[in-house]
Design a protein around this ligand. Structure first.
Ligand SMILES: *[C@@H]1O[C@H](CO)[C@@H](O)[C@H](O)[C@H]1NC(C)=O
Ligand SMILES: *[C@@H]1O[C@H](CO)[C@@H](O)[C@H](O)[C@H]1NC(C)=O
Ligand SMILES: *[C@@H]1O[C@H](CO)[C@@H](O)[C@H](O)[C@H]1NC(C)=O
Length: 410
């Protein structure tokens, strides 16, 4: 009895403090209170829409910046900061002797990772995981300006691949389209938190090719996520000796993908996003490409299902890091802890990964719709190890486990 009373009083106290926090933050919006960069980032993180097609994020207030940004000083400060943050980093884990070996500005070659996937497949989470490692320059969605389309071949793929290649070389010259698009879609830059820290108050810096190129060359790790380009086309990056790229293909159950896409207004008008038959044709194409590329580049390509990441975030993340030759860091552990366990004041992050997230579709979707997806996705699901739901009861039952083992064969 006493225990129960205690429980209720704890609940009450907790509820009250949440109310107080909410009330406090409301006032904070228009008074002198300035949240620290870090806490603002967290709030933004929790409201953010995956894949950044539309942003709930309010544009940062352009608070006055003390005059012209001193680019030399930013570069110098960033260089020292990276050095300091990686003081304890074990570089032999990354296959080099020290930091300089990974810095373009010292003639080194950074470790580069590219996540290839499609909308609503968990790329935001994986991208943020990698971005939690200090010294990471996060090339977020280089192909945003193409709109809600999949790029499956020439001529668009030529332009797309040259954009990606230039960015991975930290060469932003001649990328006027990219910067122009970013002017009205700031999330193109804001996910790259280490760049954004400097250019959010002085947007011209975000659009400055010369600054971006120099800034980029300071970073030992580069990651990129791409949801608009199919794996088949990626061979060009793997073959490019000037790059040091590893690729992670991230696949998700089409039923989970389609359920998640229902909540995104950008999706419905775009066939590539809204039609399950196109999604699943791409999944087959990615499977075939993976079968061809894996034997050729065993240590450069990794294939992963989102469900494995969601069910075992820690173990799977460490598997990915091992593949990418990245050593875990304290900041990464903290990120995993805060993004795989907690809910903040009842708002669950769009990319909070936990055991129930990948299978939410089982309870949220109508069986008729699931059946429609399964009909056009039969082959893709079979290849990637996703089991069919037989009927509405079966679908929603606990016994129904949608995933099974799969192998990639040529
Ligand atoms: C650094 O990593 C290498 C290779 O993984 C390992 O052999 C070595 O023991 C590590 N050094 C330290 C100080 O942890
Ligand atoms: C996460 O996984 C790594 C490697 O598998 C392990 O060393 C570490 O203890 C795990 N952390 C937690 C909190 O389970
Ligand atoms: C639903 O599917 C399950 C599994 O195949 C089967 O055992 C069950 O009889 C089906 N129920 C109905 C109502 O068809």
């Amino acid at each position: 009895m006493l225990r129960r009373v205690n429980f209720y009083s704890i609940c009450f106290a907790f509820g009250l403090s949440v109310l107080l926090i909410l009330a406090g933050s409301r006032y904070a919006d228009n008074t002198y209170y300035r949240p620290s960069i870090e806490s603002r980032r967290n709030v933004r993180t929790f409201l953010k829409v995956e894949d950044g097609e539309e942003s709930l994020m309010q544009p940062m207030p352009s608070i006055s910046y003390d005059g012209v940004p001193n680019i030399e000083r930013i570069i110098e400060k960033t260089r020292s900061k990276i050095k300091l943050e990686l003081l304890k980093y074990n570089f032999s884990y990354s296959g080099v002797h020290d930091l300089e070996d990974l810095l373009m500005e010292s003639g080194g070659q950074p470790l580069q990772s590219v996540i290839i996937s499609t909308w609503r497949s968990g790329t935001t989470f994986l991208g943020e995981v990698l971005n939690a490692i200090p010294g990471t320059f996060y090339h977020y969605e280089p192909l945003l300006k193409h709109g809600i389309v999949q790029i499956r071949g020439p001529p668009d793929s030529n332009q797309a691949l040259s954009t990606i290649t230039n960015m991975l070389k930290c060469n932003f010259e001649g990328m006027e389209d990219y910067f122009e698009y970013g002017k009205t879609h700031l999330h193109q830059f804001s996910h790259n938190t280490r760049l954004w820290d400097h250019c959010k108050y002085k947007k011209d810096l975000c659009y400055d090719a010369d600054f971006t190129s120099r800034f980029c060359k300071l970073f030992p790790f580069q990651s990129m996520k791409v949801v608009r380009l199919r794996l088949r086309l990626i061979q060009e990056l793997l073959d490019n000796n000037e790059l040091n790229v590893k690729v992670v293909l991230l696949i998700r159950d089409p039923r989970g993908v389609m359920q998640s896409r229902q909540h995104r207004s950008f999706c419905q008008p775009a066939p590539d996003c809204w039609q399950p038959d196109l999604l699943c044709a791409d999944m087959i194409s990615d499977y075939v490409a993976a079968g061809r590329l894996l034997p050729k580049y065993p240590d450069r390509l990794m294939v992963l299902r989102y469900e494995e990441l969601a069910l075992n975030p820690n173990v799977t993340t460490h598997r990915i890091l091992k593949f990418l030759r990245l050593s875990g860091t304290q900041s990464l552990d903290e990120f995993l802890q805060s993004h795989t366990n907690v809910e903040v004041a009842g708002v669950s992050s769009t990319f909070r990964v936990s055991r129930d997230v990948p299978f939410r579709w089982k309870y949220a979707l109508d069986f008729n719709y699931v059946d429609e997806i399964q009909m056009v996705c039969k082959e893709a699901m079979n290849l990637w190890g996703y089991r069919m739901a037989q009927n509405a009861t079966h679908m929603a039952s606990k016994e129904f486990n949608p995933i099974e083992d799969y192998t990639i064969t040529q």
